[in-house]
Design a protein around this ligand. Structure first.
Ligand SMILES: CC(C)(COP(=O)(O)OP(=O)(O)OC[C@H]1O[C@@H](n2cnc3c(N)ncnc32)[C@H](O)[C@@H]1OP(=O)(O)O)[C@@H](O)C(=O)NCCC(=O)NCCS
Length: 219
């Protein structure tokens, strides 16, 4: 697969805003990715990117960096550095094609957003993002992943169902643009043997169908 996953950086914010506008044209302004990256201790964003020049292959191979414990202070410094370089564009060889957002609060991870540029859909990019976000949630000790999805958004619901999410409730008139209902979906316990074995099968099937991918999920 010619796409790779890594944490979102400040330099990606203009492209993230573009993707947000394309994926959610009827919703209000996009989340303030810049502030979330700097101060949002609970929020985590990953991006899928395409190397426009094949020579610039992603530097990291395999299933992501080892889970190192980085101190809060170091994380803050890193975020502050990104913030100060906020005016720079993404490296010219990195086109961001999709993104996913998670809030991790205690034992629950909440998927806040997922979007793939229209021209890049149906190539398994959302799957790659979702696999990475679930792995990140598990790594951070979340026992379930939950989300809300528009009742009419059958494509997204099919994606979530494929990954073991089930419908657990409804929020009436949740979306402010058209008062559409939200379907609440949740995974089983993410560390359970059945969930992990299903996820493993899906990872293998994805790699077989789309080719091996490069994933870095830790910042
Ligand atoms: C939903 C979305 C993220 C899917 O992205 P994608 O990269 O095209 O999805 P993938 O190629 O990884 O597809 C994975 C699975 O999702 C489901 N799926 C994706 N698009 C679908 C469609 N148009 N119709 C039906 N199922 C679809 C399928 O189950 C698919 O698995 P399959 O290939 O085995 O059939 C993308 O359509 C999007 O960005 N939509 C706008 C934003 C949005 O609605 N986000 C969800 C908010 S809750």
């Amino acid at each position: 697969m010619r796409y790779a996953i890594r944490p979102m950086r400040m330099k990606d914010v203009p492209q993230a805003n573009e993707i947000d506008r394309e994926c959610f044209p009827t919703q209000g302004p996009p989340p303030s990715y810049r502030w979330e990256l700097l101060l949002g201790r609970l929020s985590h964003y990953l991006v899928a990117w395409e190397a426009e020049r094949p020579a610039e292959a992603p530097p990291m191979v395999g299933q992501g960096a080892s889970p190192q414990r980085v101190s809060r202070f170091n994380q803050f410094l890193e975020r502050a550095t990104h913030f100060l370089s906020a005016g720079e564009a993404s490296p010219s060889n990195q086109r961001i094609v999709g993104l996913i957002g998670l809030w991790i609060m205690g034992e629950e991870a909440h998927l806040t957003t997922i979007g793939v540029r229209e021209a890049y859909r149906r190539q398994g990019i959302a799957e790659l993002l979702l696999i990475s976000a679930i792995d990140l949630a598990v790594m951070r000790n979340a026992r379930v992943v939950t989300l809300e999805v528009r009742a009419s958004n059958f494509a997204a619901q099919a994606l979530y169902e494929k990954y073991g999410f089930t419908k657990v409730g409804t929020r009436r008139g949740y979306y402010t643009d058209n008062r559409e209902d939200a379907v609440i979906m949740s995974t089983d316990i993410t560390t359970s043997a059945s969930f992990q074995s299903h996820l493993q099968q899906l990872k293998e099937a994805h790699a077989q169908r789309r080719g091996p991918s490069h994933r870095q999920i830790n910042g």
